[in-house]
Design a protein around this ligand. Sequence first.
Ligand code: PLP
Length: 348
Amino acid sequence: RAAPSAGPKAAFVGHPDMVRIGSNECWTGPFPDAAQAGIAVIPQGNRYEPSDLRQTLLFNASQVEGVPVDHIQPWAGSSDPLCRSIVSFAGPGRGVVTANPTYEAAWMVAKWLNVKLTRVPLRARDQATDVRGMLAADPHAGVYYVCSPNNPTGTITPVEDIEWLVDNKPKGSIVVVDEAYLHFAGTPSAIPMVKAGKDVIVLRTFSKLFGMAGLRLGLCFARPDILSKMLRYDGNYLSYMLPVTSEAIGAHSLLMADAIVQRRNEMIAARDFTCAHLKKRGIPFIPSQANMIMVQWSKPAAEVKAAFAAQKVEIGRSWEIWPNRSRITIGSMANMQAFCTALDKVMA
Ligand code: PLP
């Protein structure tokens, strides 16, 4: 099924000269040292479990995040546990509540389940997720999904607001906190709530700052009884197997604290450069703490996307609620220089 409100495919996608700042990927691959760990394990790829790779991944995640190993479940990306969290906690009379705009996976699952879906506009003053508005809009939901930093705005929802939602939501429901972009922001995580035994699922992915979107790895943090619910139809059998290369690269990457900060700082420099150019041109955008910015045009985003594609720059898509805005992923400094050059031509 087609992705909702996806823009027209850029003419040059896949072209080697195309500047790809459309899909919120990292501009570069895994950390080189971590990639070496993945290459080293390839000869043992004939085994589902060549060694203790999975245990090492879990152990490292447990050490870095300070939660017990039995509160962590790895998956091949965060999409699978995100969908499972909805399937496990939504149902008849137990709908799904999210911000609008936000990452739409929860919307798709809610529609497929045919459960009530409530979308609450971001808070006007700071574009954070309006957690109080979400609870007021449906006080009996099964799932409250909070993406922080939010995709596509890159805005943060303070952890205290998420805590308030967790403490005030209806019994039996879950708060799903999607932290796909947290490493880019470096802001506090919701994981301490998992440690505190609350009704919360925190999702992390290696697809963003860790540069592993195509390698596929994600981590889900939750109480063991919540994880069991998410695994109830395959008893951790189908979900168990992961690409061994990703396990090795991910386990290594988690420990590279300095490299994480360095990558974040490189992104911030490229984002500051881009924002300065947009400001100079008088083009409005939402201040972001992640590797994306939502830029507002004076015409439909689909037209602007096509104009950028003609300049060999693949920008991101728009959301239904904001048809004149496009999401621009922050790539390398060279990518963003190319974006600004193309912008001048597109706006001329
Ligand atoms: N959550 C958010 C907010 C995302 O933006 C994405 C992908 O763009 C995902 C989850 C899913 O990513 P993956 O399955 O690669 O971990």
